[in-house]
Design a protein around this ligand. Structure first.
Ligand SMILES: C[S@@+](CC[C@H](N)C(=O)[O-])C[C@H]1O[C@@H](n2cnc3c(N)ncnc32)[C@H](O)[C@@H]1O
Length: 184
């Protein structure tokens, strides 16, 4: 049984939610640098849930990681509760291991909007231009306000999110698309 509502109430600052956390390095980095915020990460592939990942999460009291479909979990949250929603390198065409759910389609973005607080942020990074334009189109259709990417505390100044995928795809393609939108 997943119950994050009690934990949410015990943090007096921001609630961050990530869909597709991979090896969780972004989440841990942010949780480590922002101890008053609460971070929830979701990863659909169980191979990422090894002993080391779980120990690291136990060390940080302000982070929970779930081996689950992030779209499923976000639906369980109350409306208007997320300060920042993170989706980095969603790579819809790459995996042959899991059934890909489209985290950037109109329905998904509409769902995110309903779960975001007023002035809450949606942050997306991808190396795939089709993903970028699809997300942008849906964000604009839903009247989220597109704004400049702002640097996050704890991330190297020459990086966007500092994940393994960022490093890998930076080397492969160079082009990284970052998208930040605010619920107004
Ligand atoms: C290319 S990886 C990116 C991982 C990490 N964000 C990074 O930047 O390194 C995309 C990840 O999203 C996960 N994923 C895909 N759909 C998901 C969903 N509906 N819920 C949770 N995780 C999902 C995949 O299993 C995969 O590990």
């Amino acid at each position: 049984m997943i119950d994050i509502s009690n934990k949410l109430e015990s943090f007096d600052s921001e609630f961050h939610f990530e869909i597709g956390s991979g090896a969780f390095e972004f989440l841990w980095n942010q949780a480590d640098h922002n101890k008053r915020n609460y971070y929830v990460g979701t990863e659909i592939q169980s191979s990422f849930f090894n002993k080391k990942q779980l120990q690291q999460t136990e060390r940080l009291k302000n982070v929970d990681i779930f081996n689950i479909d992030g779209l499923w979990l976000i639906k369980k949250l109350s409306d208007n509760c997320i300060n920042t929603l993170h989706i980095y390198y969603p790579s819809p065409f790459r995996s042959t291991i899991y059934e890909w759910k489209d985290v950037l389609n109109f329905e998904s973005i509409r769902l995110y909007k309903s779960k975001m607080k007023l002035n809450g942020q949606l942050r997306i990074v991808t190396d795939n231009s089709k993903c970028y334009y699809k997300a942008l189109k849906n964000i604009l259709r839903l009247n989220l306000w597109v704004t400049n990417w702002t640097h996050m505390y704890g991330i190297d100044s020459n990086k966007l999110v500092g994940t393994k995928c960022e490093e890998k795809y930076q080397n492969e393609t160079n082009k990284q698309y970052s998208l930040m939108a605010v619920k107004i």
